[in-house]
Design a protein. Structure first.
Ligand code: SF4
Lengths: 164, 418
Protein backbone atom coordinates (compact mmCIF):
# COMPACT_ATOMS: atom_id res chain seq x y z
CA UNK A 1 0.00 0.00 0.00
CA UNK A 2 1.18 3.49 -0.90
CA UNK A 3 1.12 6.19 1.77
CA UNK A 4 -0.09 8.67 -0.86
CA UNK A 5 -2.87 7.71 -3.24
CA UNK A 6 -3.72 9.92 -6.16
CA UNK A 7 -6.26 9.49 -8.91
CA UNK A 8 -9.61 10.04 -10.57
CA UNK A 9 -12.80 9.79 -8.58
CA UNK A 10 -15.97 7.83 -9.28
CA UNK A 11 -18.87 8.95 -7.12
CA UNK A 12 -21.61 6.90 -5.48
CA UNK A 13 -24.60 7.89 -3.32
CA UNK A 14 -25.66 6.55 0.10
CA UNK A 15 -26.18 2.93 1.18
CA UNK A 16 -24.09 1.13 -1.42
CA UNK A 17 -24.46 -2.19 0.39
CA UNK A 18 -22.31 -5.28 0.05
CA UNK A 19 -25.03 -7.13 -1.91
CA UNK A 20 -24.74 -4.41 -4.56
CA UNK A 21 -20.95 -4.47 -4.51
CA UNK A 22 -20.91 -8.24 -5.04
CA UNK A 23 -24.12 -10.32 -5.16
CA UNK A 24 -24.31 -13.41 -2.93
CA UNK A 25 -24.34 -15.80 -5.87
CA UNK A 26 -20.70 -14.94 -6.64
CA UNK A 27 -19.38 -15.66 -3.17
CA UNK A 28 -18.27 -19.01 -4.55
CA UNK A 29 -15.21 -17.05 -5.69
CA UNK A 30 -12.53 -15.49 -3.53
CA UNK A 31 -10.31 -14.55 -6.44
CA UNK A 32 -10.04 -10.80 -7.15
CA UNK A 33 -10.36 -10.98 -10.91
CA UNK A 34 -13.39 -13.27 -10.88
CA UNK A 35 -15.16 -11.14 -8.31
CA UNK A 36 -14.37 -7.93 -10.19
CA UNK A 37 -16.14 -9.28 -13.29
CA UNK A 38 -19.41 -9.30 -11.34
CA UNK A 39 -18.87 -6.28 -9.10
CA UNK A 40 -21.76 -3.77 -9.07
CA UNK A 41 -23.60 -5.97 -11.58
CA UNK A 42 -26.93 -5.12 -9.95
CA UNK A 43 -26.50 -1.50 -11.01
CA UNK A 44 -26.36 -2.57 -14.64
CA UNK A 45 -24.05 -4.25 -17.11
CA UNK A 46 -21.02 -2.17 -17.92
CA UNK A 47 -20.68 -0.51 -14.53
CA UNK A 48 -17.70 -2.69 -13.62
CA UNK A 49 -16.01 -1.96 -16.96
CA UNK A 50 -16.54 1.75 -16.47
CA UNK A 51 -15.16 1.68 -12.93
CA UNK A 52 -11.90 0.22 -14.17
CA UNK A 53 -10.94 3.61 -15.57
CA UNK A 54 -11.23 5.26 -12.15
CA UNK A 55 -8.85 5.02 -9.18
CA UNK A 56 -10.77 6.13 -6.11
CA UNK A 57 -14.40 5.67 -5.03
CA UNK A 58 -16.10 8.47 -3.14
CA UNK A 59 -19.41 7.49 -1.54
CA UNK A 60 -22.09 8.81 0.78
CA UNK A 61 -23.08 7.31 4.07
CA UNK A 62 -23.05 3.64 5.10
CA UNK A 63 -20.83 2.33 2.32
CA UNK A 64 -20.56 -1.49 2.46
CA UNK A 65 -23.59 -1.96 4.70
CA UNK A 66 -25.33 -5.30 5.15
CA UNK A 67 -23.59 -8.62 4.75
CA UNK A 68 -20.16 -9.16 6.33
CA UNK A 69 -18.89 -10.66 3.06
CA UNK A 70 -15.20 -9.89 2.73
CA UNK A 71 -15.44 -10.27 -1.03
CA UNK A 72 -17.00 -6.79 -1.22
CA UNK A 73 -13.57 -5.31 -0.47
CA UNK A 74 -11.82 -7.89 -2.67
CA UNK A 75 -14.05 -7.16 -5.66
CA UNK A 76 -13.36 -3.44 -5.43
CA UNK A 77 -9.64 -4.12 -5.42
CA UNK A 78 -10.09 -6.41 -8.40
CA UNK A 79 -11.40 -3.41 -10.35
CA UNK A 80 -8.12 -1.63 -9.73
CA UNK A 81 -9.61 0.80 -7.23
CA UNK A 82 -6.89 2.01 -4.86
CA UNK A 83 -8.96 3.57 -2.06
CA UNK A 84 -12.52 4.30 -0.93
CA UNK A 85 -13.52 7.60 0.68
CA UNK A 86 -17.00 7.75 2.25
CA UNK A 87 -19.09 9.80 4.64
CA UNK A 88 -19.40 6.65 6.74
CA UNK A 89 -18.69 2.93 6.41
CA UNK A 90 -20.49 -0.07 7.83
CA UNK A 91 -18.18 -1.54 10.45
CA UNK A 92 -17.97 -4.97 8.82
CA UNK A 93 -16.86 -3.41 5.52
CA UNK A 94 -14.39 -1.19 7.35
CA UNK A 95 -12.67 -4.18 8.94
CA UNK A 96 -12.78 -6.26 5.79
CA UNK A 97 -11.22 -3.48 3.71
CA UNK A 98 -8.31 -3.17 6.14
CA UNK A 99 -7.91 -6.93 6.31
CA UNK A 100 -7.88 -7.06 2.52
CA UNK A 101 -5.35 -4.24 2.19
CA UNK A 102 -7.80 -1.71 0.72
CA UNK A 103 -7.27 1.79 2.21
CA UNK A 104 -10.48 3.47 3.36
CA UNK A 105 -10.99 6.97 4.59
CA UNK A 106 -13.93 8.46 6.43
CA UNK A 107 -14.27 12.07 5.29
CA UNK A 108 -17.80 13.48 4.98
CA UNK A 109 -16.49 17.01 4.37
CA UNK A 110 -15.26 16.25 0.87
CA UNK A 111 -18.41 14.55 -0.37
CA UNK A 112 -20.33 17.55 -1.69
CA UNK A 113 -17.40 19.24 -3.37
CA UNK A 114 -16.02 16.32 -5.35
CA UNK A 115 -17.42 15.35 -8.78
CA UNK A 116 -16.99 12.31 -10.97
CA UNK A 117 -13.69 12.48 -12.79
CA UNK A 118 -12.07 14.91 -10.32
CA UNK A 119 -8.50 14.30 -9.27
CA UNK A 120 -7.86 13.89 -5.53
CA UNK A 121 -4.80 13.06 -3.46
CA UNK A 122 -5.06 11.12 -0.22
CA UNK A 123 -2.16 11.29 2.20
CA UNK A 124 -2.68 8.46 4.67
CA UNK A 125 0.37 9.43 6.71
CA UNK A 126 -0.69 12.98 7.45
CA UNK A 127 -4.46 12.33 7.31
CA UNK A 128 -5.28 14.88 4.61
CA UNK A 129 -7.13 14.73 1.28
CA UNK A 130 -6.27 17.41 -1.28
CA UNK A 131 -8.79 18.46 -3.92
CA UNK A 132 -8.80 21.62 -6.04
CA UNK A 133 -6.28 23.29 -3.77
CA UNK A 134 -8.36 22.67 -0.62
CA UNK A 135 -7.38 20.36 2.24
CA UNK A 136 -9.76 17.98 4.00
CA UNK A 137 -8.44 16.36 7.18
CA UNK A 138 -9.61 12.91 8.25
CA UNK A 139 -8.95 10.84 11.39
CA UNK A 140 -5.78 8.79 11.01
CA UNK A 141 -5.82 5.05 11.61
CA UNK A 142 -4.21 3.49 14.67
CA UNK A 143 -0.67 2.23 13.99
CA UNK A 144 -1.61 -1.42 14.44
CA UNK A 145 -4.25 -1.09 11.74
CA UNK A 146 -1.91 0.78 9.39
CA UNK A 147 0.61 -1.99 9.76
CA UNK A 148 -1.92 -4.51 8.41
CA UNK A 149 -2.67 -2.21 5.46
CA UNK A 150 0.99 -1.63 4.73
CA UNK A 151 1.62 -5.36 4.46
CA UNK A 152 -1.25 -5.64 1.98
CA UNK A 153 -3.75 -7.19 4.37
CA UNK A 154 -4.25 -9.53 7.28
CA UNK A 155 -3.19 -12.73 5.50
CA UNK A 156 0.26 -11.27 4.76
CA UNK A 157 0.46 -9.88 8.26
CA UNK A 158 -0.30 -13.31 9.75
CA UNK A 159 2.16 -14.97 7.42
CA UNK A 160 4.88 -12.54 8.48
CA UNK A 161 4.16 -13.39 12.10
CA UNK A 162 4.24 -17.13 11.49
CA UNK A 163 7.58 -17.06 9.65
CA UNK A 164 10.34 -16.70 12.22
CA UNK B 1 -19.46 0.21 32.63
CA UNK B 2 -22.01 -0.79 29.99
CA UNK B 3 -22.51 -4.44 29.03
CA UNK B 4 -20.24 -4.16 25.97
CA UNK B 5 -17.53 -2.46 28.04
CA UNK B 6 -17.71 -5.14 30.74
CA UNK B 7 -17.47 -8.01 28.27
CA UNK B 8 -14.61 -6.44 26.29
CA UNK B 9 -12.74 -5.66 29.52
CA UNK B 10 -13.15 -9.24 30.73
CA UNK B 11 -12.09 -10.74 27.39
CA UNK B 12 -9.01 -8.56 27.13
CA UNK B 13 -7.86 -9.11 30.69
CA UNK B 14 -8.50 -5.53 31.81
CA UNK B 15 -10.29 -4.17 34.83
CA UNK B 16 -11.91 -1.40 32.81
CA UNK B 17 -12.11 -0.03 29.28
CA UNK B 18 -13.60 3.12 27.74
CA UNK B 19 -15.30 3.84 24.40
CA UNK B 20 -12.89 4.43 21.54
CA UNK B 21 -10.12 2.39 23.12
CA UNK B 22 -8.72 -0.48 21.06
CA UNK B 23 -8.22 -3.76 22.92
CA UNK B 24 -6.95 -7.21 22.01
CA UNK B 25 -9.88 -9.45 22.88
CA UNK B 26 -10.07 -13.25 23.08
CA UNK B 27 -13.43 -14.54 21.80
CA UNK B 28 -15.08 -17.52 23.47
CA UNK B 29 -16.48 -18.74 20.18
CA UNK B 30 -15.69 -18.20 16.50
CA UNK B 31 -18.54 -19.22 14.25
CA UNK B 32 -18.21 -19.81 10.56
CA UNK B 33 -20.92 -20.97 8.20
CA UNK B 34 -20.83 -21.75 4.53
CA UNK B 35 -17.84 -19.39 4.35
CA UNK B 36 -15.70 -21.88 6.31
CA UNK B 37 -13.86 -23.18 3.23
CA UNK B 38 -12.64 -19.65 2.53
CA UNK B 39 -11.06 -19.41 5.97
CA UNK B 40 -9.55 -22.85 5.41
CA UNK B 41 -8.04 -21.65 2.14
CA UNK B 42 -6.47 -18.63 3.87
CA UNK B 43 -4.98 -20.97 6.46
CA UNK B 44 -3.44 -23.07 3.70
CA UNK B 45 -2.19 -20.03 1.82
CA UNK B 46 -0.30 -18.64 4.77
CA UNK B 47 1.00 -22.07 5.75
CA UNK B 48 -0.61 -22.25 9.19
CA UNK B 49 -1.30 -25.71 10.61
CA UNK B 50 -2.23 -25.11 14.25
CA UNK B 51 -5.43 -23.80 15.80
CA UNK B 52 -5.33 -21.76 18.98
CA UNK B 53 -8.14 -23.88 20.50
CA UNK B 54 -10.39 -26.20 18.45
CA UNK B 55 -13.03 -26.03 21.20
CA UNK B 56 -13.64 -22.38 20.37
CA UNK B 57 -14.62 -23.10 16.78
CA UNK B 58 -18.20 -23.68 15.69
CA UNK B 59 -19.04 -24.55 12.09
CA UNK B 60 -22.53 -24.79 10.60
CA UNK B 61 -23.16 -25.37 6.89
CA UNK B 62 -26.32 -23.36 6.36
CA UNK B 63 -26.34 -21.18 3.22
CA UNK B 64 -27.03 -23.09 -0.02
CA UNK B 65 -27.48 -26.45 1.62
CA UNK B 66 -27.56 -29.19 0.60
CA UNK B 67 -25.14 -28.27 -2.18
CA UNK B 68 -26.79 -27.23 -5.41
CA UNK B 69 -23.73 -27.29 -7.67
CA UNK B 70 -20.51 -29.26 -7.79
CA UNK B 71 -18.60 -26.18 -6.66
CA UNK B 72 -20.75 -25.88 -3.52
CA UNK B 73 -20.30 -29.60 -2.90
CA UNK B 74 -16.52 -29.27 -3.13
CA UNK B 75 -16.50 -26.26 -0.79
CA UNK B 76 -18.66 -28.09 1.75
CA UNK B 77 -16.33 -31.06 1.49
CA UNK B 78 -13.39 -28.77 2.31
CA UNK B 79 -15.22 -27.52 5.43
CA UNK B 80 -16.21 -31.04 6.49
CA UNK B 81 -12.70 -32.39 6.06
CA UNK B 82 -11.27 -29.48 8.02
CA UNK B 83 -13.69 -30.10 10.89
CA UNK B 84 -12.72 -33.77 10.94
CA UNK B 85 -8.99 -33.15 10.69
CA UNK B 86 -8.97 -30.68 13.57
CA UNK B 87 -11.53 -32.47 15.71
CA UNK B 88 -14.06 -29.61 15.71
CA UNK B 89 -16.82 -30.92 17.98
CA UNK B 90 -19.22 -28.04 17.34
CA UNK B 91 -19.65 -29.02 13.70
CA UNK B 92 -23.15 -29.09 12.19
CA UNK B 93 -23.75 -30.35 8.68
CA UNK B 94 -26.27 -29.26 6.03
CA UNK B 95 -29.24 -30.82 7.83
CA UNK B 96 -29.03 -28.64 10.97
CA UNK B 97 -30.35 -25.23 9.92
CA UNK B 98 -29.24 -21.61 10.17
CA UNK B 99 -26.01 -21.25 12.14
CA UNK B 100 -27.23 -18.58 14.54
CA UNK B 101 -30.31 -20.49 15.59
CA UNK B 102 -28.50 -23.83 15.74
CA UNK B 103 -25.74 -22.47 18.00
CA UNK B 104 -28.20 -20.90 20.44
CA UNK B 105 -30.39 -24.02 20.53
CA UNK B 106 -27.35 -26.18 21.18
CA UNK B 107 -26.35 -24.09 24.20
CA UNK B 108 -23.13 -22.70 22.72
CA UNK B 109 -24.14 -19.11 23.53
CA UNK B 110 -24.29 -17.78 27.10
CA UNK B 111 -24.49 -14.34 28.71
CA UNK B 112 -21.14 -12.56 28.81
CA UNK B 113 -19.66 -14.54 25.91
CA UNK B 114 -17.71 -12.79 23.17
CA UNK B 115 -18.61 -14.37 19.82
CA UNK B 116 -17.31 -13.37 16.40
CA UNK B 117 -18.15 -15.02 13.11
CA UNK B 118 -18.42 -14.82 9.34
CA UNK B 119 -21.87 -13.31 9.42
CA UNK B 120 -23.14 -9.84 10.14
CA UNK B 121 -26.17 -11.16 12.01
CA UNK B 122 -23.96 -12.52 14.80
CA UNK B 123 -25.55 -9.60 16.67
CA UNK B 124 -28.42 -12.03 17.38
CA UNK B 125 -26.41 -13.56 20.26
CA UNK B 126 -27.18 -10.37 22.19
CA UNK B 127 -30.68 -11.77 22.68
CA UNK B 128 -29.06 -14.03 25.29
CA UNK B 129 -26.71 -11.35 26.64
CA UNK B 130 -23.62 -12.30 24.62
CA UNK B 131 -21.56 -9.86 22.56
CA UNK B 132 -21.84 -11.12 18.99
CA UNK B 133 -20.41 -9.35 15.96
CA UNK B 134 -19.53 -10.15 12.35
CA UNK B 135 -16.08 -10.28 10.76
CA UNK B 136 -14.72 -11.43 7.39
CA UNK B 137 -13.36 -14.87 6.59
CA UNK B 138 -9.68 -13.84 6.67
CA UNK B 139 -10.16 -12.43 10.13
CA UNK B 140 -11.86 -15.65 11.20
CA UNK B 141 -8.71 -17.50 10.12
CA UNK B 142 -6.68 -15.06 12.15
CA UNK B 143 -8.76 -15.73 15.27
CA UNK B 144 -8.59 -19.48 14.67
CA UNK B 145 -4.80 -19.25 14.75
CA UNK B 146 -4.06 -16.48 17.25
CA UNK B 147 -7.12 -16.75 19.50
CA UNK B 148 -7.62 -12.97 19.51
CA UNK B 149 -8.50 -9.89 17.47
CA UNK B 150 -8.38 -6.10 17.89
CA UNK B 151 -11.66 -4.53 18.82
CA UNK B 152 -12.67 -0.95 19.34
CA UNK B 153 -14.73 -0.44 22.48
CA UNK B 154 -18.05 0.93 21.18
CA UNK B 155 -20.13 3.75 22.57
CA UNK B 156 -23.42 2.51 24.00
CA UNK B 157 -26.97 3.60 23.26
CA UNK B 158 -29.80 2.91 25.66
CA UNK B 159 -33.28 2.23 24.29
CA UNK B 160 -36.06 1.97 26.85
CA UNK B 161 -39.33 0.32 25.85
CA UNK B 162 -42.59 1.19 27.52
CA UNK B 163 -45.99 -0.46 27.36
CA UNK B 164 -46.86 -3.48 25.27
CA UNK B 165 -47.65 -4.32 21.65
CA UNK B 166 -51.18 -4.08 20.30
CA UNK B 167 -52.40 -7.34 18.83
CA UNK B 168 -50.93 -7.90 15.37
CA UNK B 169 -47.75 -5.99 16.25
CA UNK B 170 -44.48 -7.81 16.98
CA UNK B 171 -40.83 -7.13 17.70
CA UNK B 172 -40.19 -7.21 13.92
CA UNK B 173 -42.43 -4.16 13.61
CA UNK B 174 -40.59 -2.45 16.47
CA UNK B 175 -37.25 -3.01 14.76
CA UNK B 176 -38.48 -1.87 11.34
CA UNK B 177 -39.80 1.23 13.06
CA UNK B 178 -36.44 1.87 14.75
CA UNK B 179 -34.41 1.20 11.60
CA UNK B 180 -36.62 3.63 9.69
CA UNK B 181 -36.31 6.25 12.39
CA UNK B 182 -32.58 5.95 13.08
CA UNK B 183 -31.38 4.95 9.59
CA UNK B 184 -29.23 2.11 8.28
CA UNK B 185 -26.21 3.76 9.89
CA UNK B 186 -28.05 5.15 12.91
CA UNK B 187 -26.05 3.05 15.35
CA UNK B 188 -22.85 2.35 13.40
CA UNK B 189 -19.95 1.21 15.61
CA UNK B 190 -22.29 1.37 18.62
CA UNK B 191 -23.62 -1.11 21.14
CA UNK B 192 -27.35 -0.89 21.81
CA UNK B 193 -28.90 -2.00 25.12
CA UNK B 194 -32.65 -2.50 25.45
CA UNK B 195 -34.46 -1.92 28.75
CA UNK B 196 -37.98 -1.57 30.11
CA UNK B 197 -40.77 -3.75 28.81
CA UNK B 198 -38.38 -5.77 26.67
CA UNK B 199 -38.51 -7.94 29.79
CA UNK B 200 -42.06 -8.95 28.80
CA UNK B 201 -40.97 -10.21 25.38
CA UNK B 202 -40.22 -13.87 24.69
CA UNK B 203 -36.72 -15.09 23.83
CA UNK B 204 -37.87 -15.64 20.25
CA UNK B 205 -39.04 -12.02 19.98
CA UNK B 206 -35.74 -10.89 21.49
CA UNK B 207 -33.83 -12.91 18.90
CA UNK B 208 -35.68 -11.09 16.13
CA UNK B 209 -34.76 -7.77 17.75
CA UNK B 210 -31.07 -8.55 18.13
CA UNK B 211 -30.96 -9.91 14.59
CA UNK B 212 -32.61 -6.87 12.98
CA UNK B 213 -30.53 -4.43 15.04
CA UNK B 214 -27.72 -5.17 12.56
CA UNK B 215 -29.71 -3.25 9.97
CA UNK B 216 -29.19 -0.02 11.89
CA UNK B 217 -25.48 -0.62 11.81
CA UNK B 218 -24.82 -1.79 15.37
CA UNK B 219 -21.61 -3.48 16.36
CA UNK B 220 -23.51 -5.45 18.96
CA UNK B 221 -26.77 -5.33 20.87
CA UNK B 222 -27.97 -6.58 24.24
CA UNK B 223 -31.20 -7.58 25.83
CA UNK B 224 -30.09 -7.89 29.47
CA UNK B 225 -30.31 -11.53 30.56
CA UNK B 226 -33.12 -12.26 33.03
CA UNK B 227 -35.29 -15.13 34.27
CA UNK B 228 -36.53 -15.85 30.75
CA UNK B 229 -32.96 -16.11 29.51
CA UNK B 230 -32.12 -18.43 32.40
CA UNK B 231 -35.13 -20.61 31.55
CA UNK B 232 -34.15 -20.80 27.90
CA UNK B 233 -30.61 -21.84 28.78
CA UNK B 234 -31.61 -24.36 31.42
CA UNK B 235 -30.59 -27.79 30.21
CA UNK B 236 -28.88 -26.33 27.14
CA UNK B 237 -25.57 -24.99 28.43
CA UNK B 238 -22.64 -27.37 28.20
CA UNK B 239 -21.61 -29.01 31.44
CA UNK B 240 -19.37 -26.83 33.55
CA UNK B 241 -21.07 -23.66 32.30
CA UNK B 242 -23.47 -21.73 34.49
CA UNK B 243 -25.87 -18.86 33.91
CA UNK B 244 -23.94 -15.73 34.87
CA UNK B 245 -25.54 -12.60 33.52
CA UNK B 246 -23.34 -9.62 32.72
CA UNK B 247 -25.36 -6.46 33.40
CA UNK B 248 -24.55 -2.77 33.08
CA UNK B 249 -23.53 -0.78 36.16
CA UNK B 250 -26.02 1.73 37.51
CA UNK B 251 -23.61 4.55 36.64
CA UNK B 252 -22.73 3.28 33.15
CA UNK B 253 -22.58 6.08 30.61
CA UNK B 254 -24.50 6.17 27.33
CA UNK B 255 -23.97 8.31 24.26
CA UNK B 256 -27.70 8.43 23.59
CA UNK B 257 -31.02 7.60 25.23
CA UNK B 258 -34.21 6.77 23.42
CA UNK B 259 -37.72 5.86 24.61
CA UNK B 260 -40.27 3.95 22.58
CA UNK B 261 -43.85 3.27 23.61
CA UNK B 262 -44.76 -0.10 22.12
CA UNK B 263 -48.47 0.70 22.26
CA UNK B 264 -47.92 3.45 19.65
CA UNK B 265 -46.61 1.01 17.04
CA UNK B 266 -48.48 -0.47 14.07
CA UNK B 267 -47.41 -3.27 11.68
CA UNK B 268 -44.49 -1.98 9.59
CA UNK B 269 -43.11 -2.91 6.18
CA UNK B 270 -39.64 -2.22 4.75
CA UNK B 271 -39.93 -1.24 1.09
CA UNK B 272 -37.41 -1.84 -1.70
CA UNK B 273 -34.41 -1.58 -1.77
CA UNK B 274 -33.20 -0.57 1.71
CA UNK B 275 -34.28 -1.79 5.13
CA UNK B 276 -34.41 1.79 6.37
CA UNK B 277 -37.13 2.52 3.81
CA UNK B 278 -39.91 1.57 6.22
CA UNK B 279 -43.56 2.51 6.13
CA UNK B 280 -46.60 1.82 8.30
CA UNK B 281 -48.69 -0.94 6.78
CA UNK B 282 -51.44 1.49 5.77
CA UNK B 283 -49.11 3.13 3.23
CA UNK B 284 -48.37 -0.07 1.29
CA UNK B 285 -51.56 -2.10 1.72
CA UNK B 286 -52.81 -3.48 -1.56
CA UNK B 287 -49.37 -3.93 -3.18
CA UNK B 288 -49.61 -7.21 -5.15
CA UNK B 289 -47.08 -9.94 -4.29
CA UNK B 290 -45.95 -13.01 -6.23
CA UNK B 291 -44.01 -14.75 -3.49
CA UNK B 292 -44.17 -14.86 0.30
CA UNK B 293 -41.03 -16.13 2.05
CA UNK B 294 -41.44 -17.21 5.65
CA UNK B 295 -37.84 -17.86 6.55
CA UNK B 296 -34.42 -16.58 7.72
CA UNK B 297 -32.60 -16.17 11.01
CA UNK B 298 -34.81 -13.15 11.71
CA UNK B 299 -38.24 -14.78 11.64
CA UNK B 300 -38.35 -18.52 11.01
CA UNK B 301 -38.32 -19.65 14.61
CA UNK B 302 -41.03 -21.90 15.99
CA UNK B 303 -42.99 -18.99 17.44
CA UNK B 304 -42.89 -17.24 14.05
CA UNK B 305 -44.28 -20.30 12.28
CA UNK B 306 -47.03 -20.53 14.89
CA UNK B 307 -48.01 -16.89 14.35
CA UNK B 308 -48.30 -17.46 10.60
CA UNK B 309 -50.10 -20.79 10.98
CA UNK B 310 -52.69 -19.27 13.29
CA UNK B 311 -53.69 -16.84 10.56
CA UNK B 312 -53.48 -19.39 7.74
CA UNK B 313 -55.45 -22.10 9.55
CA UNK B 314 -58.60 -22.92 7.62
CA UNK B 315 -57.73 -20.36 4.92
CA UNK B 316 -56.09 -20.58 1.50
CA UNK B 317 -53.06 -18.83 0.09
CA UNK B 318 -54.10 -16.78 -2.94
CA UNK B 319 -53.36 -18.75 -6.14
CA UNK B 320 -51.20 -15.86 -7.39
CA UNK B 321 -48.80 -16.30 -4.48
CA UNK B 322 -46.07 -18.90 -3.85
CA UNK B 323 -45.73 -19.29 -0.08
CA UNK B 324 -42.29 -20.71 0.73
CA UNK B 325 -41.74 -21.79 4.33
CA UNK B 326 -38.15 -22.51 5.37
CA UNK B 327 -37.94 -23.42 9.07
CA UNK B 328 -34.86 -21.93 10.73
CA UNK B 329 -33.53 -25.22 12.04
CA UNK B 330 -34.20 -28.92 12.20
CA UNK B 331 -35.31 -28.54 15.85
CA UNK B 332 -37.84 -25.93 14.79
CA UNK B 333 -39.05 -28.10 11.94
CA UNK B 334 -39.51 -31.07 14.26
CA UNK B 335 -41.45 -28.98 16.73
CA UNK B 336 -43.62 -27.59 13.94
CA UNK B 337 -44.17 -31.08 12.60
CA UNK B 338 -45.20 -32.52 15.95
CA UNK B 339 -47.57 -29.69 16.77
CA UNK B 340 -49.32 -29.74 13.42
CA UNK B 341 -48.05 -26.30 12.40
CA UNK B 342 -46.33 -27.67 9.31
CA UNK B 343 -49.53 -29.41 8.29
CA UNK B 344 -51.47 -26.15 8.57
CA UNK B 345 -48.89 -24.33 6.48
CA UNK B 346 -48.94 -27.05 3.82
CA UNK B 347 -52.72 -27.38 3.75
CA UNK B 348 -53.14 -23.65 3.34
CA UNK B 349 -51.22 -23.87 0.10
CA UNK B 350 -47.66 -23.25 1.25
CA UNK B 351 -44.60 -25.33 0.47
CA UNK B 352 -42.03 -26.31 3.08
CA UNK B 353 -38.32 -26.59 2.28
CA UNK B 354 -35.46 -28.03 4.27
CA UNK B 355 -34.20 -25.89 7.17
CA UNK B 356 -31.43 -23.36 6.46
CA UNK B 357 -31.02 -19.94 4.90
CA UNK B 358 -32.91 -20.98 1.78
CA UNK B 359 -34.26 -18.17 -0.36
CA UNK B 360 -32.71 -15.53 1.91
CA UNK B 361 -29.32 -16.61 0.58
CA UNK B 362 -30.59 -17.09 -2.96
CA UNK B 363 -31.05 -20.85 -2.60
CA UNK B 364 -34.34 -21.53 -4.36
CA UNK B 365 -37.14 -19.00 -4.49
CA UNK B 366 -35.39 -16.66 -6.92
CA UNK B 367 -37.41 -13.81 -8.37
CA UNK B 368 -37.97 -13.02 -12.05
CA UNK B 369 -38.07 -9.55 -13.64
CA UNK B 370 -40.89 -7.49 -12.20
CA UNK B 371 -41.78 -9.96 -9.42
CA UNK B 372 -42.49 -8.88 -5.87
CA UNK B 373 -41.64 -10.88 -2.76
CA UNK B 374 -42.82 -10.23 0.76
CA UNK B 375 -40.28 -11.76 3.12
CA UNK B 376 -39.81 -12.16 6.87
CA UNK B 377 -36.04 -11.91 6.43
CA UNK B 378 -33.86 -8.95 7.37
CA UNK B 379 -32.68 -7.60 4.01
CA UNK B 380 -34.45 -6.33 0.91
CA UNK B 381 -31.43 -5.18 -1.08
CA UNK B 382 -31.58 -4.78 -4.85
CA UNK B 383 -31.25 -8.16 -6.53
CA UNK B 384 -30.72 -10.11 -3.29
CA UNK B 385 -33.31 -12.72 -4.29
CA UNK B 386 -32.79 -12.75 -8.05
CA UNK B 387 -33.46 -10.23 -10.80
CA UNK B 388 -32.40 -6.63 -10.27
CA UNK B 389 -35.84 -5.79 -11.60
CA UNK B 390 -37.57 -7.62 -8.75
CA UNK B 391 -38.66 -6.09 -5.46
CA UNK B 392 -38.48 -7.31 -1.88
CA UNK B 393 -40.63 -6.05 1.00
CA UNK B 394 -40.01 -7.12 4.61
CA UNK B 395 -42.57 -7.73 7.33
CA UNK B 396 -43.51 -9.78 10.37
CA UNK B 397 -44.75 -13.37 9.95
CA UNK B 398 -48.29 -12.19 10.73
CA UNK B 399 -48.29 -9.58 7.97
CA UNK B 400 -46.77 -12.17 5.66
CA UNK B 401 -49.51 -14.71 6.35
CA UNK B 402 -52.32 -12.18 5.92
CA UNK B 403 -50.76 -10.95 2.67
CA UNK B 404 -50.31 -14.48 1.31
CA UNK B 405 -54.04 -15.06 1.77
CA UNK B 406 -55.07 -11.85 0.03
CA UNK B 407 -52.34 -11.83 -2.63
CA UNK B 408 -51.59 -8.21 -1.74
CA UNK B 409 -49.82 -6.64 1.25
CA UNK B 410 -52.42 -6.81 3.99
CA UNK B 411 -52.75 -5.60 7.57
CA UNK B 412 -52.73 -8.75 9.73
CA UNK B 413 -54.99 -7.19 12.35
CA UNK B 414 -58.08 -7.90 10.29
CA UNK B 415 -57.39 -11.65 10.69
CA UNK B 416 -56.69 -11.54 14.37
CA UNK B 417 -59.99 -10.36 15.78
CA UNK B 418 -59.82 -8.48 19.02
S1 SF4 C 1 -30.94 -16.58 7.00
FE1 SF4 C 1 -30.35 -14.91 5.62
S2 SF4 C 1 -29.60 -13.28 6.95
FE2 SF4 C 1 -29.68 -15.16 8.19
S3 SF4 C 1 -27.61 -16.02 8.05
FE3 SF4 C 1 -28.83 -16.96 6.42
S4 SF4 C 1 -28.50 -15.69 4.59
FE4 SF4 C 1 -27.82 -14.49 6.39
Amino acid sequence: MEAVIEGRVYKFGDNINSDIIIPGRYLIYIDREKLAEHAFEMLGQGVAAKLRSFDILVAGRNFGGGSAREQAATAIQGLGIKAVVACSFARTFYRNAINDGLPIVECPAIYDTVQEGDQIRIDLGSGIIRHNGAEYPFPKMPDSVRQILELGGLANYLKAQLTP
Amino acid sequence: MTIAEKILAAKSGRSSVFPGEIVDACPDLVMSHTATWRSVSVMQRIGATKLYDPERLAIVLDHISPAKTEKYAADQQTSRNFARQYGIRKFYDVDAGIAHLVLMEAGHVAPGDLIVGTDSHCTIYGSLGALGTGIGYTEVTSVWITGKLWMKVPESIRITLQGGFDHGVYSKDLMLYLIGKLGADGCTYSSVEFYGTVADLSISERMTMANLAMEMGVKCVFIPPDEKTADYLKGRLAEGRTFQPVLADADASYAKHLDVDLADLVPMVACPHDVENTKPIGDVEGTPINQAFLGSCANAKYEDLVVAARILKGRRVDPSVRLIVTPGSKQIMLEAMNSGVLQTLLESGGMVTNPGCGACAGDGGMLADGEVCLSTANRNFLGRMGSNKSQIYLSSPATLAASAIRGVITDPREFLGN
